[in-house]
Design a protein around this ligand. Sequence first.
Ligand SMILES: [Zn+2]
Length: 257
Amino acid sequence: MVEGPTAKAYAVKINREFIKEIIKEISTKSRKVYVPLDELLGKKFSKAETYGKNILLFFEEFAIRLHLMMFGAIHIYKLDAPLLKPERQVRLLIKGERKKLVVYNAPIVEIDRKRKLIEKLKNELGPDPLRQDWNREEAIRRIMKYKGEKIGVVLLDQSVIAGVGNILRNEILFKAKVNPERLVADLSKEEIEAIVKEVEELSKKFLELKLQGKRLRPILYVYNRYSKPCRICGNKIRFYMQEPIKRKTFVCENCQK
Ligand SMILES: [Zn+2]
């Protein structure tokens, strides 16, 4: 699953490897193309950035939004190099002057004017801990709007905080010492602040590891550690599917009250 930090690491790589390429050829299987594709020919790639789990590629006044979900991948090859995955998995292909950018299996590929795409994402998504415009107070305010909901459910809602996926969610709640079943209304201000602080710190930590090409596993406290001893208290980690979202949930019931 691509979470905010994975998306951001992709953007960093694209900025490094595809910079200043000019579109010579573009094709996509997506239907979410809201401008004539021909208009993108000759446009120069300026940068990639992320908003939550979305990757945005900017080509002058146009933008392409990618969401990789579970199985999507972005590869950059030399122009004459063969594709590393089957042709039928290609969702977007952009040929530049020296390199080509290939997006495989991404469920969302959207092409539109830059201004419209950014506006749309800003309306859909909450603050993103990996963006310059991250706003801790706004994140707290948005969590508190869902008083009757479980904190474990609220944290995955991209309109509350953008970029938190299931691994981050489990680890954030462990570090903040909060049980995912607790209702937002029952959390103290300090607990919510601790959660938001961990959203920020863990997202940055995950990104740092991704950029170094390192695995997350060694730093995880609960995720995929079912029945293993808690690294803090030695209690066995419990695993269940949290309702109603039916997502894998790991908790140390001794540490997380
Ligand atoms: Zn514990």
